[in-house]
Each structure stands twice: as C-alpha cells, then as structure tokens.
Design a protein around this ligand. Structure first.
Ligand SMILES: [Zn+2]
Length: 175
C-alpha cells in the first residue's frame, strides 16, 4: 500500500490549472507549454511516482469538471466520485489521530490525493465555493476561502485586468 500525500487546495489548483486542456483551451493559451510536476506543485511531487504529461492532462481535466459543474450550479458529486473511484483510497487511522489514505496501486496516489482534497473541500466548505474565473482570457479553476464567498476571479491579476477593462469601457461609453 502507498500513502496518498496531503495536497493543499492551492497545490490542487496549480495542478489543475496548469495541466487541464479544458482550462487552457478556454483561455486560448494551449501553446504556453507544460512544466514538469515538481515545478507546478513543489516538493509533494516527490511523494508520488512520476506521471506522464498525458496522464496529468486526463487527471486535471477530470478534476476541472468538478469546478465546471460547481460554476454552472450543477451537482458536483458525480464528478468528485468519478475522480475518486479509480484510485479507491482506503482510510487508515494514523498514530496522531490523523486520517491517512492509502492506495493499492502507487500510480493512483496523485489521483487519490487530488480527489480527497476536493472531497474535503466540498464536504467542509461546499461546492458553491468552487468556480471558474470570469477573467479576460482566463477560465482557471478557483476555490473561494474568502469570508464573503463571492469570488469570481482566480487571482488579483485577473480581478485587476477586469477592473481596468471596465474602467476603459465606461470611459469610452462616456466620451
Ligand atoms: Zn483568472
């Protein structure tokens, strides 16, 4: 048995937004290229076996579906469960009372980690705190941890670009 590493939601988002072909094509930047996993998620990559970029695309697109459904106000459960099922993680109680998830196939460790992070997020925060960026030429997935829970942009960069374009639009309309 292999232990699925703990993936922070930020690491899950970096993985999804970097490798998801759906996110890239929606933003029109498929040509930007793909970096190796350690450069995208950091040290946690050492805890899972190396995955080919094609496998990472598949995994990221499946996870992206969770955010697309949340953004459309649809039930996310089928997408979370579809991500989870092939990895079949088994819970084990760790020494310090922590829940540890194990997989029989070590190649499924990253899938399990990603699925469990999304499962936890939806369970604790709710699917309404997942969405897709409304930014200009961006369709990245985001998880909203803000107190108000009304996030519409993946980053302050996308929010600021939106504000600048709104300001220009208003200025042009008023001229
Ligand atoms: Zn964005």
């Amino acid at each position: 048995m292999t232990t699925a590493p703990h993936l922070l939601v930020e690491q899950a988002l970096d993985l999804i937004n970097h490798y998801s072909r759906r996110a890239r094509s929606a933003a029109g930047d498929e040509g930007r290229g793909y970096r190796p996993l350690p450069e995208v998620v950091g040290e946690v990559a050492a805890e899972v076996p190396g995955a080919g970029v094609e496998d990472l695309h598949v995994l990221a697109d499946e996870a992206y579906e969770v955010f697309a459904r949340a953004d459309a106000g649809e039930d996310v459960a089928p997408a979370v469960n579809a991500l989870l099922a092939p990895a079949a993680p088994t819970p084990r109680l760790g020494a310090d009372g922590a829940v540890v998830w194990e997989v029989a196939d070590d190649q499924a460790a990253l899938r399990a980690a990603l699925a469990i992070t999304l499962l936890d997020w939806v369970h604790v925060r709710g699917a309404e705190r997942l969405g897709l960026c409304n930014g200009i030429r961006c369709a990245d997935a985001f998880a909203d941890a803000s107190p108000a829970g009304r996030k519409k942009y993946c980053s302050t960069g996308c929010l600021n670009r939106h504000k600048v374009s709104e300001h220009r639009r208003r200025a042009a309309a008023g001229a």
